[in-house]
Structures are given as C-alpha cells and as structure tokens.
Design a protein around this ligand. Sequence first.
Ligand SMILES: *Cc1c(COP(=O)(O)O)cnc(C)c1O
Length: 488
Amino acid sequence: MNNKLYGNLIFELSHAGSKGYTLPENKFGKYEIPQNIRRGKDAELPECDELTVIRHYTNLSGNNFGVDNGFYPLGSCTMKYNPVINEEMAGLPAFRDLHPLQPVETCQGALKVYYNLQKSLSELSGLEEFTLNPFAGAQGELTGLMVIRAYHESRGDHKRTKVIIPDSAHGTNPASAAVCGLDIVEVKSTANGLVDTEDLKGLLDDTVAAIMMTNPNTLGLFETNIPEIEKLVHACGALMYYDGANLNPLLGACRPGDMGFDVMHINLHKTFSTPHGGGGPGSGPVGVRKGLEQFLPNPRVIKEGERYKVQEDKQSIGQISAFLGNFSVVMRAYTYILTMGEDQMKYVGPYATLNANYIKESLKDVYELPIEGICMHEFVFNGLKDKSTDITTMDVAKRLLDYGYHAPTIYFPLLFHEAMMIEPTESESKETIDGFISVMRTIAKEAIEQPELLKSAPHYTPIGRVDDVLAAKNAILTYKQLKAKADS
Ligand SMILES: *Cc1c(COP(=O)(O)O)cnc(C)c1O
C-alpha cells in the first residue's frame, strides 16, 4: 500500500494535458450548445492518465472495510452477507436492461419476481399483502404509518393522532411518525429491557393510532409481553406496527402476523442479503394484514390468472417511490430466498440467536453485561467489566480495527453510557466467531496491562484516530476547501 501516489487526492495527481481516453471520431456534425446554458470557463477537472486513475481508486477502495474484508459485528444491522450469485442474477441483461416505462406485457418475468417476493415475504411474516415500493426501512415505516392513518380516516376516526413508541426504539421510528404528522408518545422500558405494560395502560385511549414495536427490541431481547400488549392495543381501537428491519432472528421460528401485528416493514438490506450501507440502494417492503391492502401505495403488482399486472387503487395512500422501488435489490433478495430454500431458511433464526448468545456468554466475565439472560440476534455490553481503568468503549472499538475487525455499534442504544452492541449474524462460522472472542479478550487484557496502546489506537489503519468533533464541526469535503486551508 505504500506507493508514492497513495494518500494523494486525484487533483494532486493531475498533470495538464494527461488523459486516459480517446473519443471516437465525431460523425454527427457539430452541435452548438446555446450560449445561455454554457459554462463561463472550463471545469477544473483533474487530468490524469488511465493507470494513475485506476491505481488511485483501487488504492482508495482498499482503505475501506466491508463484509468481504473481515468480520463485521455491527449491531442493529443484521445480515452482513452479500452472496456473489445475487450480483449475477441482478446483472442478467434480461432484468438489468428493462425500462420502467415498458408495457407490462413485455416485462412479465420481472413482475413475476416482484409478485413471488411479495408472496415469500407474506409466508415468512404471516402478513397477507406486501408492497416492495419503499426505498428504505425508514420509508417503509412512513408508508406503514400512512396506511394506518388512512385506515382510521376511512372509518371516520379522525382523532387518532398519537403513536406510542418505546424509549429503546430505533431513531427512525419517532422520525417517521413525525414526518407522517403524528404525535409521539414514549412508553418506558422495564428494568429488564422490555416494554412496560403498566406504563402502556396509562397511555392508551381513543386518540392512539398505533404502537410501533421492534421485536427483538433494540437491546436484542424478545418482547415476551406481546400477547398482552396486542389485547390492550386492539381493545382501544389502535393498530400494531412491527419494525421488522432485523427479522432474521425470527426466520424459521415465529411470525409477526401470528402475534397479532397489523402492519410491518422488513429491510431487505438487513435481513435478505442485499448490500447495506453507503446510503443505498435499499428496500423496505411493507406488509399488512387482510383488510388493509387497499391502502398500500400505488402501483401494486398483482396476478390475474397466469399474467402479472400493475394496479392502482383509489383508496391507496398514493405513490411513495418512483415506479416499483429498487428492482435490483428485489432481485437480490429473491435470489437469496430461492438459494436458501425452505429447508435452510428455518435455521436462520436459530443460528443468528445461537451465535449471539455464544459471544455474549464467552465474554461476559470481561465485558459488563447489563441485562442477563438469553438474547436474540444481538446484545449490548456496557464497556469493560473492570471499571478501574479509564478505557472507554471508543478505545476498544478503535483497537479492534488494529486486529482487522470492524467495530460493533457503539454508544447506541442510549440506555447505557458505554454501550457496545454486538451482532454476529447466522452467516459467520464458529472459527470466525472464536477469533473475534479471542481478540476481545486480548483487548480486555491490554486495557489493564498497556492502556496507552488502546488510548492511541488504531495504529495499523491508513488513518489514525480522528478528532470526531473537529471533523464534524469543521468538515473539509472538497479540494477547494483543503487548498484554502493549506494556503491560509
Ligand atoms: C436500520 C433500522 C431501521 C431503518 O432502516 P433504514 O433502511 O436504515 O432506513 C429501522 N428500524 C430498525 C430497528 C433498524 O435497525
């Protein structure tokens, strides 16, 4: 990695007159761009030869850490598995080259993929009808809440403006409720991390539209009071919303529809092996129980006889995404489900749960476990168990990078000061997990014997420890900003 070019910006590698392309001869004649839309002076673009460009970007990509580089125990992100066969299927020209405005008669295959994935998600979740249109989990939440509002309004029930959300919820839950124009009411958690049903009872009345629950919740715990919560919520006329972003601990074990939930979203980019991060593309399908399907967003893919159709519903909340969402993501998730098959799918939940519990039990003598007991796919440590050092969760996370592991989710959830949320997923081998456990134990030992090593970590990454606050407050994002700073 230590070549001369490494570390330079593409602008610094620029040499006037260098280029890495040749354009074919222009056979179409000259076209004069109208004066009023022409730029005043040439764009300041870097000028580099082909190999310089290739090496620059290849080296840059090598600085990144991804699931294909090493273990990635990030919590509340579920699956970190992007099989190559998914890419091959999504890249098939017959699918890849479709145009979204093509007549439905000419893209029956793609619509069949949509329809089949809708049906697979129904079967896995126990909810009757799905839309694949939302582009992300958060957009799925908004879609689901809009469906809930449309349901209440269709019955002339206009006073239901509140959504109850547990204090441990993912931040997108209250954000989506606010975007939907609903008021947020927080329900407390008990000391063992579950929704406090006594607190909930005091909040329920005829102004509540829904409760949004995450299960397993953000602490990785299964909400064991759902039967009671479901009775209370439905008795007051509100609906049950299920945040199924991280559904994998449930796959093959149980289904939200059977627990009495009315509406849910699933993140294909967390649970069904489609790439995650970098801001997208994602997909947050929304499922509803029978009787709510007419409110789902337009357009909807349906099947009539042996043909697939795209349908618009008058009672629908309307269109929430361009066309039918992210088709290539849908294609990847569908490929994953077919590759797994029913036989393998039933092990997803049990293995995700087993792997997380194995790590938790193997490390709880050196890291503080604030909530004991069996977790689902993830769990939270509250920093090192030995509180006599000043080693923080941040120091542990930075030191992990030196050993070639991505850090867990840190300082979230907010319920614990030194939170470290670990999620191995079902896709990791025992050898990989044992390697992680051993490194975490080594770091716990270093914290006592060589704390300065942790305080100054990471030591072996292209960039050492950054000043988070300075980077956030004084972000330098362009070459111009960098030059201005250097010149000043
Ligand atoms: C990730 C996540 C979301 C939001 O999903 P995005 O696709 O990032 O918008 C919502 N809820 C939970 C529990 C999540 O983990």
